[in-house]
Design a protein around this ligand. Sequence first.
Ligand code: MLT
Length: 311
Amino acid sequence: MSMPVVLVAEELSPAGIAVLEADFEVRHVDGSDKAQLLPAVADVDALIVRSATKVTAEVFQHASKLRVVARAGVGLDNVDVEAATKAGVMVVNAPTSNIVTAAEHAIALLLATARNVPQGHGALKKGEWKRSKYTGVELQGKTVGVLGLGRIGVLVAQRLAAFDMNVIAYDPYVQAARAAQLGVKLVTLDELLADSDFITVHLPKTPETLGLIGDRELRLVKPEVRIVNAARGGIVDEEALDLAIKDGRVAGAGLDVFTSEPMTESPLFHHDNVVVTPHLGASTHEAQEKAGTQVARSVRLALSGEFVPDA
Ligand code: MLT
């Protein structure tokens, strides 16, 4: 009998591939290229993706044998879960694999925006010794507003408390008592905007959160606020942010995610006080190893008809 086929549509850790190769035929494709993806899914039992592959209803129409789609990361926003359910395909992810890594990246961006690390680095590499131009701000005693107190938001809040920051958060799904246990004060969105020196976004992308920080919100912020988004592109409206930076209402931004990815050209890239990275939030060796092995194990369980626990 032939082995079930697993199609890996993006880079997966060697440890994850090894788990799969023990039981399955493993094939690879560039999932970001629909013209390659659609014929490749025709006879596979499982599909593994990260962020670049859009698993749409069209993909399910081409994949009559498909039984499971696995996303090697947190969230499922590039998988059409409704279409998967209609097609009878199970969808799994690795919800805790990269939470520490994502939290650390958000903090890296926050520190970079506070202390102009990339700007100073870039100038010095060009032979320019500019000290006063890149004077920054301290974190100690400042207020950070954490938007979304889920798994990643909590890790960020705990770590920023160690910088002696005053941590406030907006999350309509979290009880004030739970926040208080973490030493975090829950506030309304407008209070968070008005009181924060730094705002960091840790929300999933949903119809509710898309554009949550738009023009109205960016007119309520404290002057000199710095905004970090290492969650999902579009939660902070890019046009509104561009305008707020031009107007001097926002002193800096650290962005890892964009409305459309890959993003290589954006008006935001022209501001010296905007620090950007190409969706690196989950990109550490540790997180990729965990994501790879977690989804590989889930795929193995799903294909053998066993219960797949939440990782
Ligand atoms: C995630 O959702 O965990 C990440 O965005 C995955 C990735 O980096 O591709």
